[in-house]
Design a protein around this ligand. Sequence first.
Ligand code: ATP
Length: 342
Amino acid sequence: MPDTLIWFEHEEVMNMAEEKKIRRIGILTSGGDAPGMNAVIRAVTRTSIANGIEVLGILHGYAGLIANDFKVLTARDVDGLLMKGGTILYTARCEEMFDPEYRQRAADNCRFLGIDGLVCCGGDGTFRGAQELSRLGVPCICVSGTIDNDIPCTDYTIGFDTACNTAITAIDKLRDTMQSHARCSVVEVMGRHHGHLALAVGASVGAAAILVPEDPGNFEQDVVEKIRTGRINGRNHHIIIVAEGYHMSCQQVADKIVEETGVDTRITILGHVQRGGSPTSQDRVMAIKMGCAAVEALMAGKAQRVIVLRDNKIIDIDIEEGLQCQKDLDRNLLEQCRRMSI
Ligand code: ATP
């Protein structure tokens, strides 16, 4: 295990790190992957090294912490990561983290590896894991990495913008063929519990209807009637966006449209393609801001915090407090889209 510290350039910040005894930071990515996770790894690694702190990349999320599966990250290891989708550290869902015995092992391994602070990038499940580890004495800082933008405590989650753009690009292409055949297209986008992605995508492609779990609306009025009147008014194709967690499946929505209108209807499930791809500028910049803030928080002696965007400012809040926040869908936007669907 390497124990040499890279000599620091920023003496003041370094002194602070020394004071708080931050010599080695661990970083892991966990839960579903999101574009921009690699950019977070880069930001955390470079910021740490620039401040004389060593970085261990924990592989396969919390599973790697339990199994002591890690690699040292150098500044060169993270070259080219800003534009790369996925996560070079891999991600995983790790059942053992729900077992106190394994959580203790993960915390013990942190101590054994000399990890003075851990950056955990993922969704709210990952935050819960970090909260448990913090309780066991491992200073953890969370950074959001999830395409769903469903973490209540932050206005933005890294990966959301890229996922939106991936879906929009695909649907714009779909529209061409739907128009040629005068069809209706029902497209499922990710979002098991929330419709943030479906709403942003639906608004961006000018969908005839956006079906989300938070607001089931009135199917007859919002979908069937829109298609019927649209056809009468000379609109020959329609796009319906369905969030994965809507109470009817994409197929059920399509079947109902055919049954009620007789319009030739096709389904497309975008699926995992939404998780991939090179991050957009917004996700790259956010990864830099949040990744740097995570390291700075550890250097300032903070623990059990989550880095969030609020009112366009990057701040850190207590994980516990963050997990209790509520975030509603932008119902105003949903209503505006419904009104414009004529
Ligand atoms: P996504 O939003 O993409 O689903 P996520 O981080 O919410 O990402 P989860 O599968 O919910 O994904 O959580 C990731 C991992 O965090 C879990 O596999 C588990 O290892 C850990 N974790 C989740 N909840 C807890 C908990 N209550 N206690 C301890 N660890 C947890």
